[in-house]
Write a protein of this length. Structure first.
Length: 313
């Protein structure tokens, strides 16, 4: 509950709703995201060593320990003056990009004038180190399914106003296309759906909802690929493995959920490649598809919705 109150601070979320969401955590025995972040850190350290980059690694969170401001204070005390931030979010949106920049700025102000300068690494939705692990994950999931299968790429829904202010929807569709086509799938064998909407029911959000899509499928098996998420957490464990799976059971459809990719070694190598391209301007900036690599610094005014459009628990 303390974590959820931090998440919901300033957003006028009813206390009853926080208790409802807390029950999801209790039922699952807690979120797996912390253990997956620690596994990713171990992989990053190994990849840094292999690449001959003697860089220290730190971990800071927005809403729970180790909190970002505490991590920056530790870095300051360790004598760190500059740092590169690898964010576990691949896409451009307020919650997935701009808010992290704001969090870093807020934490630096809290730490004071000796806080390290922190530069966020670019978005990586079309990087081979993101697309490749998802192809492997989808391939494993398809190996559990039969030929009569509907593949749904799922990402967190956002209000339409937020989607209009960012490249989020386009980038989700592009990542899904790259993964699907690399696995040999063509429409209508796959499509993009959305999940985990919240807030005012009168506010229009991206659709269709994953559960509605599952209820409407005419296939015997549905494979859900949580391509909008880096690691397992409650929006995967509950919203998909519980709620979406229940929607499949309602119509006697087999449900298969593809693994998230943060523990894939290729994902850790991608993070190091993003570091290398920032340290060495001549290093290759890898990207699949036709959209090219994202900018190091997002355009001014990018991904800024009105406060009422921001997602809530």
């Amino acid at each position: 509950m303390a974590f959820l109150r931090r998440v919901a601070a300033g957003r006028d979320v009813p206390e009853q709703r926080l208790h409802e969401v807390a029950e999801h955590y209790y039922a699952a025995g807690g979120s797996p995201i912390n253990s997956q972040c620690r596994a990713l850190l171990d992989s990053l350290r190994a990849e840094l060593h292999s690449a001959g980059l003697p860089l220290a690694t730190y971990w800071g969170n927005r809403n729970w320990h180790p909190l970002l401001e505490d991590t920056l204070a530790r870095m300051r005390d360790d004598g760190v003056e500059r740092a590169l931030a690898f964010v576990t979010s691949a896409y451009g949106s307020y919650s997935g990009c701009r808010q992290y920049v704001e969090d870093i700025a807020r934490a630096r102000r809290a730490v004071g004038s000796r806080a390290p300068v922190v530069e966020k690494l670019r978005l990586y939705y079309n990087h081979p180190g993101w697309v490749g692990p998802w192809r492997s994950s989808l391939g494993r999931a398809l190996g559990q399914a039969g030929e009569d299968t509907d593949v749904l790429f799922s990402a967190h829904s956002v209000p339409l106003a937020m989607a209009a202010a960012s490249p989020y929807e386009q980038q989700i569709h592009e990542a899904a296309r790259l993964v699907a086509e690399g696995t040999g799938l063509q429409p209508p064998a796959w499509r993009v759906v959305w999940q985990s909407r919240s807030g005012n029911p009168g506010t229009p959000w991206l659709e269709p909802d994953v559960c509605d899509a599952i209820r409407a499928t005419d296939k015997t098996t549905v494979v859900v690929v949580p391509i909008g998420f880096v690691s397992d957490h409650m929006e995967v464990i509950h919203d998909l493995d519980v709620e979406a799976a229940a929607a499949a059971r309602e119509r006697s459809t087999r449900f298969v959920r593809a693994d998230t990719v943060s523990t894939d070694p290729c994902f850790a190598r991608m993070a190091i490649q993003l570091v290398q391209e920032r340290l060495e301007p001549r290093a290759p900036r890898l990207a699949e598809g036709t959209l090219g690599p994202w900018l190091d610094v997002c355009p001014a005014g990018h991904c800024i919705p009105s406060p009422s459009d921001r997602p809530r628990p």
